[in-house]
Design a protein around this ligand. Structure first.
Ligand code: BT5
Length: 265
């Protein structure tokens, strides 16, 4: 397997010594979990050009086509302080990507709570964070992110549970995957010490998709748990929804899905 020199150069510039690159692999998260259970240090990286068994949430599949996307897993050995905020790591990845898209390509990104990055209400990136426990001790977490960059990254329409898009559709500039990777990892590292801050919460809230709109929350089994207007995020990172009787409900990430209510016509 030849590691592309551009990828190596990114790792070198970011001082990342512990990384694995695959032309093709089942799931970068799976590789990262095994590496974490072994000896991987904080901020070790797993990258794949293609995944044959990419994982989404709730046993769903994430499609990564060759030469057209980013499939990346970041191994985190959380500090004691970070262990109190584990649910902020998916939003951290979403915020980092949103920042890069805005600063580098003037693409307006929205964050669909808790873990997707949307452009013009279509999904361009999905994030899956997995925690690994050894008994009652946290060994670490793996933050996995898939980003659709080129048109060929989009899976067949009939396999999608939400509309999809890719970055290159939203800018004239050529998007280089490894340049994107470098900027993303840089932004992720810069925001990481600030996940407890008001700045982070504000940055996230300002990009929250469907704010002020009617949404509903579905459980994993498909049943609707709650309907109302999306208000924002509270300091715990929970979503706040105001129901028709004006009560504020908070929802924590877990076994639920957020969906916009389609206008009736
Ligand atoms: C996610 O799940 O969005 C989390 C995806 C995480 C993928 C990364 S890639 C690197 C790392 N290694 C892994 O094995 N996984 C992580 P979820 O919200 O459950 O969305 C999954 C659903 O999105 C699928 O059921 C499809 O409907 C749809 N989907 C699959 N591939 C897609 C793509 N490339 N673009 C847009 N939608 C896709």
């Amino acid at each position: 397997m030849m590691i592309p020199s551009d990828f190596r150069a990114v790792m070198h510039r970011l001082n990342i010594e512990d990384y694995q690159y695959f032309d093709s692999v089942g799931s970068t998260n799976q590789v990262a979990i095994e590496w974490l259970e072994d000896s991987a240090p904080d901020f070790a990286i797993v990258f794949a050009d293609h995944q044959s068994n990419g994982r989404g949430r709730f046993d769903r599949q994430w499609v990564t086509q060759p030469k057209s996307a980013i499939a990346l897993s970041i191994i985190i050995r959380p500090t004691h302080e970070e262990q109190q905020k584990l649910s902020f790591f998916s939003p951290l990845a979403a915020v980092a990507l949103a920042e890069v898209l805005e600063n580098s390509w003037q693409i307006t990104a929205e964050i669909k709570w808790p873990n997707d990055v949307l452009i013009q209400k279509k999904k361009t990136s999905g994030i899956l964070t997995e925690a690994i426990w050894k008994g009652d001790q946290l060994a670490g977490i793996v933050v996995g992110i898939g980003i659709n960059v080129l048109a060929s990254s989009i899976p067949p329409q009939d396999t999608l549970n939400f509309p999809a898009t890719y970055l290159q559709a939203h800018t004239q500039a050529n998007i280089d995957r490894f340049a994107l990777l470098e900027q993303f990892l840089t932004s992720f590292s810069q925001w990481r010490p600030f996940i407890h801050s008001e700045d982070f919460l504000n940055y996230w809230t300002n990009r929250l998709a469907f704010q002020g709109e009617k949404v509903y929350i579905k459980q994993k089994d498909g049943n609707i748990q709650l309907a109302g207007t999306l208000k924002g995020i509270n300091k715990h990172g929970d979503l706040e929804i105001v129901s028709d009787d004006n009560l504020v409900h908070s929802v924590s990430a877990g076994d639920v899905h957020l969906r916009p209510v389609e206008p009736e016509n």
